[in-house]
Write a protein that binds this ligand. Structure first.
Ligand SMILES: [Zn+2]
Ligand SMILES: [Zn+2]
Length: 144
């Protein structure tokens, strides 16, 4: 019965439940001003090999830019995920998963847009928005 590791999470009201297979034990933090407006501080991204989402009727999505979609629970307002449309890749709000509270920080991006009161301790890699966009362009994405 021992398969891949699986963590389970849910939104504040419980209408949306999400399970992730083989979760990464490191969280990516985005400090961009859009994530700050969305999340109130910064966005903490939990990823894994695959995800099962239930509670579709409570899920609303918002197209926040040409290349991204953000989802939230329409009943309680909890942030659910960020999807990068060019690849379809999705990350989930780490705060939904109790297990993720024990994970470390993989990296912090858009640090140049960070609020003074959003400093995260540790020696993880930090990238500015310019560095993140340069990396994405090098990988073939266009943001124009
Ligand atoms: Zn909810
Ligand atoms: Zn962001």
């Amino acid at each position: 019965m021992s398969g891949a590791e699986r963590i389970e999470g849910h939104c504040l009201c419980g209408a949306v439940k999400i399970a992730i297979e083989s979760p990464k034990h490191e969280i990516e933090i985005c400090q961009c001003d859009m994530c700050r407006r969305w999340a109130g501080s910064f966005y903490s991204a939990q990823t894994g090999d695959s995800a099962d989402v239930s509670g579709d009727e409570a899920i609303s999505t918002y197209r926040s830019s040409e290349w991204a979609e953000r989802a939230f629970c329409s009943q309680c307002g909890s942030n659910l995920w960020y999807r990068f449309l060019p690849t379809g890749n999705r990350s989930f709000s780490a705060g939904l998963f109790d297990a993720a509270a024990a994970y470390g920080v993989e990296k912090e991006i858009f640090v140049d847009e960070r609020a003074e009161w959003c400093r995260i301790e540790g020696n993880h890699p930090r990238q500015t928005g310019e560095e993140v966009i340069a990396e994405a362009k090098a990988a073939g994405f266009s943001f124009d």
